[in-house]
Design a protein. Structure first.
Length: 379
């Protein structure tokens, strides 16, 4: 905890190398978020297969899109602020840079509200100021960046982040501390990455990150699974049969094994079973995925074609995040498709969504991303 953030030994003029893994995970997270929102809005969960599909997809796929996305913002923010600190940019100019980017994101949130609530603003004009996800990201960005300017010890990012995770999970109302917490965790990872690059310890960084991710997964998965089962009302025999016994039928032995381990712990230590476990579970999954892709893409320098469309989507993640809301509001919802699709047609819809956002990303790339939200943030 006493370790201070030091300027790296590498020459200040030498730029950090491109981290292809960040673009790949950003693309994955973007698709998960788009798919997840459309899933909540348009998927029908009435059949047994539909509920099993809902359980696994909802809780162990799409829900990771948002925390992954926020952690990545923290990582890239650490790169941006570190570069400016090394150039000895005056604090006044750096503060303007931070505020500009954060306020642009908050302005985008207001525009999203305007686009989403335009039909009801005449009833309640204050809806335009509704505190949505984008606003929380913008405010968290500003706070996180100014914490970096203070140059605290690197581990302070993690300590503050985990404290906010526990605080957020125990608040009577959701206030968004989890957004700042995940961003701070990303800043912690980014700060150690900078140190690893400039001390030629990238492989060591990757191994430690993989180990931490595996440990978090092993510890938190059984508890997280129990929380999810309770969330869907495990006392309901129909739900219990569909989820627990169906999992056993499909040879998902690790589910049954995990629950058998956790049930006695739940009775003795119920305070453990809280939302904060889910945040740690997501961080563990991110660490595993990030370290594996880091090894493939940035250590071994593999340029597999499968990564290309995913990375392309990641390059306009913020633009896609906003536009997919508008497509839902002005195209799908007017067609009265809310909770309309069952498993097979929704699977087709999911694949179609991926193709659609890939085409949008491809078109924007040919225009050099001009007039995308990323374009305005960089400007």
């Amino acid at each position: 905890m006493g370790e201070q953030t030091q300027l790296p030994s590498m020459k200040k003029t030498q730029r950090l190398p491109r981290v292809r893994t960040i673009e790949t995970i950003r693309g994955i997270a973007t698709f998960f978020m788009v798919f997840g929102h459309y899933y909540h809005w348009f998927y029908n969960k009435e059949s047994e297969l539909g509920r099993v599909f809902d359980f696994w997809i909802a809780n162990y796929s799409m829900n990771h899109g948002f925390p992954f996305f926020i952690i990545l913002i923290g990582i890239t923010l650490s790169f941006a602020i570190q570069r400016r600190l090394e150039k000895e940019i005056p604090i006044k100019e750096l503060s303007k840079y931070i505020l500009k980017r954060g306020l642009i994101i908050i302005a985008i949130s207001i525009l999203m509200n305007l686009g989403s609530y335009i039909t009801v603003l005449s009833i309640n004009p204050l809806l335009i100021l509704d505190w949505n996800v984008m606003a929380m990201i913008g405010l968290s960005y500003i706070i996180n960046a100014f914490i970096m300017v203070l140059k605290p010890p690197k581990l302070a990012y993690g300590a503050i982040g985990f404290a906010l995770i526990i605080l957020d999970a125990n608040m009577p109302v959701r206030v968004g501390f989890h957004v700042l917490a995940n961003m701070l965790i990303g800043t912690l990872l980014g700060s150690y990455w900078i140190e690893a690059v400039r001390n030629d310890k990238i492989s060591q960084y990757q191994r430690y990150l993989l180990l931490i991710g595996i440990l978090l997964f092993v510890v938190t998965f059984p508890i997280d699974l129990w929380i999810v089962f309770n969330f869907v009302d495990i006392n309901n025999p129909i739900i219990f049969d569909i989820l627990f016994l169906a999992s056993a039928r499909y040879d998902l032995w690790f589910v049954v094994k995990s629950l058998n381990i956790v049930i006695p712990i739940y009775h003795d230590y119920p305070w453990i079973f809280n939302q904060w476990i889910y945040y740690l579970f997501s961080i563990g999954n991110f660490a595993v995925l990030y370290s594996v892709l880091l090894y493939i893409q940035d250590i071994k320098k593999k340029k597999w074609r499968v990564f290309n469309p995913i990375m392309l989507i990641g390059n306009i993640s913020l633009t896609l995040f906003v536009t997919h809301f508008l497509i839902a509001v002005y195209f799908f919802l007017p067609l009265n498709l809310y909770n309309y699709f069952h498993v097979l047609p929704f699977t087709v819809m999911g694949l179609s969504l991926f193709i659609l956002i890939y085409i949008i990303a491809l078109i924007w790339k040919r225009k050099n991303y001009k007039y995308s939200l990323e374009y305005f943030l960089r400007g």
